[in-house]
Ligand binder design. Structure first.
Ligand code: SIN
Length: 485
């Protein structure tokens, strides 16, 4: 933490109603690369969370009443400050989350881009006029801010998952309360410090950090002053949170788990497919919900793809994210490593083969070797579970029908990818994949202008894009009558 140039970015307590709230008890934040304690952070609990909600409620009227231009100007200040402090923010992120510094810098510009993009898109919240059924009436549709938005965000993108939600909420005129993951509170608090410097008014953006996940979660899902709840995380936790939102009928949007198929057809550009699979699988040590989970390769190119892919995976360098040239950092915890190790072992017991890796890496107990497995079938644990780690199971297939059956045979529907050069096949497969997002000859699908989100048990709602803004707006219908002479 000494290498952070602007030491004021390092905060140790919650940011509520424009002030920093200390408390008696602390929780520790550790560097997943080596277990070092990097910070002690004050624990906020139920009372502080309730205070954050009432503060957001008090701030709502004034913030929602501002013009989109006024909100955009403040958000642009926030964006500029995030980009000015990109190096410091990235370093904080790597220290608490583990991803390589270059990837962390990428996450800061990805997160900041949502703030810039939604600030501008907020100026385009258009309504509608609709021809009325009788001559004395007019039908007008306006869109208004949903209200107070509460959010719980994950450790895998400590900056961008907050930015993606908060930017849309603030641009729409909503106020915002976030509880970031307990493993990565420092990035969220640094964002709050910059929001304050940007002039975002008190109560508009609140960050509650605390280790009472269930108590804080209950306030954020059940408080009557919260109009919308949004979550990024696992499907199991999402199901509980949706149920908790039911008693006050909140609007919800959920970005949950995935089990992304990556399909390589025999007409694909194999080198491009190999590169695409590397990026999509090993980014963030495999810990994103859009990471490739199962690689399906058509039999005619199975050997060629596997050889090239294994050679490319073997080139990846593993280590502490602050070391230059590192491609893969630690996983978030020992428990995460153990889970991956067990999926690998159980699948080997069921007949899969490890071609590369398959063990904890000598760099430390939280590092897992980049791994490739063959002889995998779609019913093995490594294929049926969301791996969330740097392991690639390769499954062979014969034809389109065969691979579609396997790819769609899963409760998730977030991201999917395929490589083919046949235009007819491209349309058939794109339309048949039961996923919210399809990368076609491309595996870098996340960006501010595109609707990110899933179907089935991967969630609902969209983030990013004009569709993402709609999730923070209510439609109001105005019926104007008595207009005839
Ligand atoms: C996620 O893993 O939740 C988000 C990944 C992304 O935005 O690309």
């Amino acid at each position: 933490m000494q290498n952070i140039k602007d030491q004021q970015l390092i905060k140790h307590c919650s940011y509520i109603n424009g002030s920093w709230h200390s408390s008696e008890t602390n929780f520790t934040v550790t560097n997943p690369a080596n277990g070092d304690v990097i910070a002690k952070v004050n624990n906020a609990g139920i009372a502080e969370t309730e205070f954050a909600v009432t503060s957001a409620k008090s701030a709502l009227k004034v913030w929602a009443a501002k013009s989109a231009n006024e909100r955009a100007a403040l958000m642009r200040n926030w964006f500029n400050l995030m980009m000015q402090h990109q190096d410091d923010l990235a370093r904080i992120l790597t220290l608490e989350q583990g991803k390589p510094l270059a990837e962390a810098k990428g996450e800061i510009s990805y997160g900041a881009a949502f703030i810039e993009w939604f600030a501008e898109e907020g100026k385009r919240v258009y309504g509608d006029t609709i021809p009325a059924p009788s001559s004395d009436k007019r039908i007008i549709v306006i869109k208004q801010a949903v209200g107070v938005v509460a959010s719980i965000t994950p450790w895998n993108f400590p900056n961008a998952m907050i930015a993606r939600k908060a930017a849309a909420a603030l641009a729409a005129g909503c106020t915002f309360v976030v509880r970031p993951a307990i493993q990565t509170p420092l990035s969220a608090l640094a964002m709050a410090e910059l929001a304050e410097r940007a002039g975002i008014p008190k109560g508009v953006f609140n960050v509650v950090v605390g280790d009472n996940a269930s108590g804080i979660g209950k306030v954020l899902t059940q408080h009557p002053d919260i109009a919308k709840f949004t979550f990024t995380g696992s499907t199991a936790v999402g199901q509980t949170l949706i149920a908790q939102c039911a008693s006050t009928v909140k609007k919800v949007s959920m970005e949950l788990g995935g089990n992304a198929p990556f399909i390589v057809f025999d007409d694909a550009d194999i080198d491009a497919a190999v590169q695409g699979a590397i990026v999509s699988k090993y980014r963030n040590a495999g810990q994103t919900c859009v990471c490739t989970n199962r690689i399906f390769v058509q039999q005619g190119v199975l050997e060629q793809f596997t050889d090239k892919f294994v050679a490319a995976v073997a080139e990846l360098s593993i280590g502490h994210g602050l070391i230059d040239g590192i491609n893969i950092g630690p996983m978030i915890s020992k428990a995460a490593v153990n889970k991956v190790n067990k999926l690998v072992a159980d699948s080997v017991a069921a007949g899969a083969k490890i071609i590369l890796g398959g063990k904890v890496h000598p760099a430390g107990e939280n590092f897992y070797q980049p791994t490739v497995m063959t002889n995998v079938s779609n019913d093995m644990p490594i294929a049926t579970n969301e791996i969330f780690g740097p392991v690639s199971p390769i499954i062979s297939f014969t034809d389109e029908e065969h691979v579609l059956d396997m790819a769609n045979d899963c409760e998730y529907g977030l991201a999917s990818y395929f490589y083919s050069r046949d235009i007819g096949r491209i349309w058939r497969i794109a339309e048949a994949l039961e996923y919210g997002m399809v990368g076609i000859n491309d595996s870098i699908i996340s960006n501010v202008a595109a609707p990110f989100g899933g179907i089935k048990q991967s969630g609902n709602g969209r983030e990013g894009s004009k569709y993402g803004l709609d999730d923070y707006l209510e439609i109001k219908y105005l019926c104007m009558g008595g207009l005839d002479k």
